[in-house]
Write a protein that binds this ligand. Structure first.
Ligand code: SF4
Length: 181
C-alpha cells in the first residue's frame, strides 16, 4: 500500500505548533514508516507538491505570501487541518488587528518608535506585503479539520494523526483534546 503523502506548512505563527509536532518524540519513527513527508519546514522541498493527502497548516494568514501559499495548499491537498490556535482563530498573530490596518502599524513600529534609522521594510519580492487584517485559515479557504491549542499538545497531534492513519473519522473528545490555549 502506498504511503500517505503528508505536508506541514508554516504561515504566520511562531513555529511552536511545529515544535509540538516534534514533541511526539519516538512516535515520529512510527509515523515516518507510514507517511512520506513531501513538504514541510522540516524538509528541503522548495515547491508545494500536488497530490498531498494531508496537510497541517500552522499560523494565520498575515501577508501576501501566506495568501498565495494557502490557496495553492488548498488546491493541491485533499485534507487540510488548521493546526493550532493561530490557524484556527488568528490568536497571537491577529493581535495587531486591533491597532488598525497595515500601513499605520508599520509606520508606528518601524518609524515612530525606532531609536535609530527609521525605515519601513520594503524590498519587493523579498519582504512580503502585509495584509490589512490577519485572518484565520478558514476565512480564506475551506478547512476540513481543526486542531486547537497554543500549541496543540503532542498527545493531541498524535491522537488525530493515529485516527487518520487508521482510516477512521477523527474525533477528539474531552477537555484535554479540544481546549484552546
Ligand atoms: S498557536 Fe501558539 S504555538 Fe502555534 S503558532 Fe500560534 S502562537 Fe505559536
Amino acid at each position: 500500500m502506498s504511503k500517505l503523502r503528508l505536508a506541514t506548512v508554516w504561515l504566520g505563527g511562531c513555529s511552536g505548533c511545529h515544535m509540538s509536532l516534534l514533541d511526539i518524540d519516538e512516535w515520529l519513527i512510527e509515523l515516518a514508516g507510514q507517511v512520506d513527508l513531501v513538504y514541510s519546514p522540516l524538509v528541503d522541498a522548495k515547491e508545494y507538491p500536488t497530490g498531498v493527502d494531508l496537510v497541517l497548516v500552522e499560523g494565520a494568514v498575515a501577508n501576501q505570501d501566506h495568501l498565495r501559499m494557502i490557496r495553492e495548499v488548498r488546491e493541491r491537498s485533499k485534507l487540510l487541518i488548521s493546526f493550532g490556535d493561530c490557524a484556527v482563530t488568528g490568536n497571537v498573530t491577529a493581535l495587531r488587528n486591533v491597532l488598525g490596518t497595515a500601513a499605520p502599524i508599520l509606520q508606528m513600529v518601524y518609524a515612530e518608535r525606532a531609536d535609530i534609522q527609521p525605515q519601513l521594510p520594503y524590498e519587493p519580492g523579498i519582504v512580503p506585503v502585509l495584509l490589512d487584517r490577519v485572518e484565520p485559515v478558514h476565512a480564506i479557504v475551506p478547512v476540513d479539520l481543526y486542531l486547537p491549542g497554543c500549541p496543540p499538545p503532542a498527545a493531541r497531534i498524535r491522537a488525530l494523526l493515529e485516527q487518520l492513519l487508521a482510516g477512521v473519522a477523527p474525533q477528539l473528545v474531552g477537555r484535554e483534546m479540544i481546549k484552546f490555549g
